[in-house]
Design a protein around this ligand. Structure first.
Ligand SMILES: *[C@@H]1O[C@H](CO)[C@@H](O)[C@H](O)[C@H]1NC(C)=O
Ligand SMILES: *[C@@H]1O[C@H](CO)[C@@H](O)[C@H](O)[C@H]1NC(C)=O
Ligand SMILES: *[C@@H]1O[C@H](CO)[C@@H](O)[C@H](O)[C@H]1NC(C)=O
Ligand SMILES: *[C@@H]1O[C@H](CO)[C@@H](O)[C@H](O)[C@H]1NC(C)=O
Ligand SMILES: *[C@@H]1O[C@H](CO)[C@@H](O)[C@H](O)[C@H]1NC(C)=O
Ligand SMILES: *[C@@H]1O[C@H](CO)[C@@H](O)[C@H](O)[C@H]1NC(C)=O
Ligand SMILES: *[C@@H]1O[C@H](CO)[C@@H](O)[C@H](O)[C@H]1NC(C)=O
Ligand SMILES: *[C@@H]1O[C@H](CO)[C@@H](O)[C@H](O)[C@H]1NC(C)=O
Ligand SMILES: *[C@@H]1O[C@H](CO)[C@@H](O)[C@H](O)[C@H]1NC(C)=O
Length: 610
């Protein structure tokens, strides 16, 4: 009797659930194409972030939905062909429209994602689409994002800096959408976008110089004579001497251009630039640069708001490239989030904002330098790959991108095993070297640092091997040669020998004499190396354009092949980190100074004959 009732009950339940499944299939699926939610991405929060509170439900976030780019491999093939000096298509860069066609999503992805957004009440007027249609942006209150993504957003606090962001560690999507969405942010990205400049050392106000002991010119690695003062105080003149560019005078060619990105409310100060020019580049006095605001980026010219990173970048970048047309991009983003304020706050990643902006432009500076980045593991792999794909698009259009390689050697810059902080973020909490992103993206040129004359690797120069990106073919020979001479078993398990290795190149990175907020001082970091290197690339483009050739575009395939002899190999020094002495600078490519520092004179000859 009891068992009979039990069986009957069982039958009822299974019939009921069959009915439920049937109705939801018949009613919901064909209409809104809803399907069951399933986890799309889950990350472990980085160790230096902790939950502060539940995110206010009215807080508005800008959800960016990245649709797959099914033809990206074709774009990559084009990128490598037009960037390979031995290929017949070298220099035949793609147009904006050609690139957009190659990253366009499949129509089915567009349709299904649009339907899903419509089922949550979004009309076309509520969405912003990128020119290639590969990104859709909607602004939503946290409570709606939580419903759409079946997740809970928290306010996370960065323990060291006190910065707060609204993030989650996992989110879900209807199963049928998983293959039609690459990434949705802001969800799981915990990157902080650090600027790679070290502490500023103020100079003696009276002299504005550090007193030099010797007056004998130093002979640099390339055999060029350099002022002795350059060993302790680096100026634009020093860099031109050191890199064999004193005889190279670029022209104000209307077709040439040079850009510098600025983030985190770092303002480039016009007055500081003039003070700097008066001392270091007198010919450039009264010349200026264009400021382009990205996503509402500010340009506060009050001297007290002058950014050390921004001023360093413009002074050396524009100082080296004068009179080439210069642009500074001021990108809004990462403002301090105030958890109890329910007003719209921007909490998205500034890189994607900048990429959205720049990829939509018809005219883009031919060389662009960026001195920001963060540990690769703070960026979800899906997101790093999309941002990196954005850099590939710029390369295909003939733009050269340089990024600082970081200021922590193989990770945190700490050689003491008892205090090092290089721990994986994958739940296992192992000690591992921490590569930097975007330096680890194979489509950018990562710039490490040197110091002194003759040059040696500077101890903080960031370098290593990506855990996300495989080693690209263009650096196979160079990196394999390094690994062959590398003591077998050293650092086993601490790095991924098959990953994209960086940096690619290097430049001076310490004791740069700058003017910031009206005061002269010395500053260092691979933040100094990237604008320096990029500045010389703009001079190479000047030579290319004068010879009637197209811009250099994506540099690495050229540097690792035809142009390899245009670098001064840096063979001493090392960059500690993660409780080790890190890698050594060696003969040939190494993960501290890459191929070395530029010999611009030689490079001009090399790049105008390909
Ligand atoms: C990881 O391990 C280190 C060293 O034992 C420790 O200091 C740290 O708190 C651990 N982090 C996590 C998230 O467990
Ligand atoms: C430059 O400075 C470094 C570090 O102090 C020193 O080792 C080197 O000898 C100096 N170079 C010259 C040419 O004086
Ligand atoms: C310089 O660049 C800015 C910004 O891209 C542009 O508006 C301007 O026309 C350029 N000037 C010259 C002389 O090329
Ligand atoms: C700039 O580019 C245009 C179009 O390619 C070309 O006609 C012109 O001669 C170039 N100007 C200079 C100064 O190189
Ligand atoms: C810069 O501009 C100021 C004011 O117009 C002028 O007095 C000065 O001679 C200019 N300097 C140069 C080097 O052009
Ligand atoms: C911008 O500069 C002005 C002075 O020119 C200053 O009063 C103001 O606080 C600054 N604004 C920001 C947002 O820093
Ligand atoms: C390093 O050791 C591994 C495993 O013993 C071996 O397969 C590899 O060939 C060695 N490499 C070198 C460069 O000696
Ligand atoms: C770096 O060079 C030093 C000195 O030659 C050597 O003792 C050390 O083993 C090298 N380290 C690595 C990781 O190659
Ligand atoms: C410097 O560049 C010139 C070309 O401008 C080249 O002939 C020379 O070999 C280079 N010097 C050194 C020392 O590399």
């Amino acid at each position: 009797m009891i068992s009979k009732v039990f069986r009957g009950h069982l039958k009822m339940r299974s019939l009921l659930s069959c009915l439920v499944i049937l109705t939801s299939f018949v009613l919901a699926f064909p209409a809104s194409r809803e399907s069951q939610l399933q986890t799309k991405e889950r990350v472990f929060p980085p160790r230096d972030w902790e939950i502060h509170s539940i995110a206010p439900s009215n807080h508005r976030i800008e959800l960016k939905i990245g649709l797959p780019q099914p033809n990206f491999e074709i774009l990559e093939k084009h990128l490598y062909e037009v960037s390979d000096p031995s290929h017949s298509r070298y220099g035949q860069h793609l147009s904006k429209e050609e690139v957009e066609a190659l990253v366009a999503p499949h129509p089915e992805s567009l349709e299904l994602v649009t339907d899903w957004l419509a089922s949550h009440g979004f009309g076309e007027q509520d969405m912003t689409r990128s020119p290639a249609q590969d990104w859709i942006t909607v602004t939503v209150p946290v409570r709606l994002a939580e419903e759409m993504l079946d997740t809970t957003y928290y306010v996370w606090k960065h323990t060291a800096s006190g910065e707060s962001i609204v993030r989650t560690t996992s989110y879900s999507l209807p199963i049928h959408l998983h293959e039609h969405v690459d990434v949705i942010q802001p969800t799981t990205t915990f990157a902080r976008l650090k600027s790679f400049k070290s502490t500023i050392h103020k100079l003696d106000k009276e002299t504005g110089q550090i007193v030099e002991q010797s007056n004998t010119p130093i002979i640099s690695a390339s055999g060029v004579s350099v002022d002795p003062s350059c060993n302790t105080t680096v100026t634009v003149t020093c860099l031109k001497q050191l890199y064999n560019a004193t005889d190279i005078t670029p022209s104000a060619n209307i077709n040439n251009s040079f850009g510098i990105t600025g983030y985190l409310d770092q303002f480039a100060n016009f007055q500081d630039l003039q003070s700097f020019y008066a001392v270091q580049v007198p010919a450039a006095v009264n010349s200026s640069f264009a400021v382009l605001s990205v996503a509402g980026g500010q340009n506060n010219q009050s001297l007290s708001e002058a950014g050390d990173e921004a001023d360093l970048d413009i002074e050396f970048g524009f100082g080296i490239t004068f009179p080439i047309n210069g642009t500074f991009f001021t990108t809004a983003g990462s403002p301090p989030f105030i958890p109890d304020l329910e007003t719209p706050t921007d909490t998205n990643e500034p890189y994607t904002k900048w990429l959205d902006f720049i990829l939509a432009q018809d005219e883009i500076p031919l060389v662009i330098t960026t001195s920001y980045g963060d540990d690769e593991q703070t960026v979800p792999e899906s997101f790093a790959k999309r941002a990196c794909a954005g850099f590939a698009q710029l390369g295909a259009r003939g733009v050269s991108l340089t990024f600082s390689s970081g200021d922590g050697g193989v990770g945190d810059g700490d050689s003491d095993p008892t205090t090092q902080t290089c721990f994986t973020n994958d739940g296992t909490n192992r000690t591992e070297f921490l590569p930097l992103f975007p330096a680890s993206c194979p489509y950018v040129t990562a710039v490490g640092g040197t110091i002194h004359v003759p040059e040696v690797a500077v101890g903080f120069s960031g370098g290593g091997f990506s855990n996300f990106f495989a080693r690209p073919a263009y650096q196979d020979a160079a990196v394999a040669a390094f690994l062959e001479t590398f003591p077998n078993g050293t650092y086993a398990g601490l790095f991924n020998p098959n990953g994209r290795a960086f940096p690619d190149v290097a430049a001076q990175a310490d004791n740069f004499q700058v003017v910031i907020g009206g005061e002269t001082g010395l500053i260092g970091g691979t933040s100094a190396a990237s604008p320096t290197f990029a500045g010389f690339v703009a001079l190479l483009n000047d030579a290319r354009l004068k010879a009637g050739l197209p811009s250099l575009g994506f540099l690495n395939p050229l540097f690792y092949s035809t142009a390899i002899s245009g670098f001064n190999d840096i063979t001493s020094g090392n960059a500690p980190g993660c409780g080790t002495e890190g890698f050594n600078a060696t003969v040939g490519w190494d993960p501290v100074t890459g191929l070395g520092t530029p010999d611009v004179g030689k490079l001009v000859a090399l790049v105008t004959s390909v």
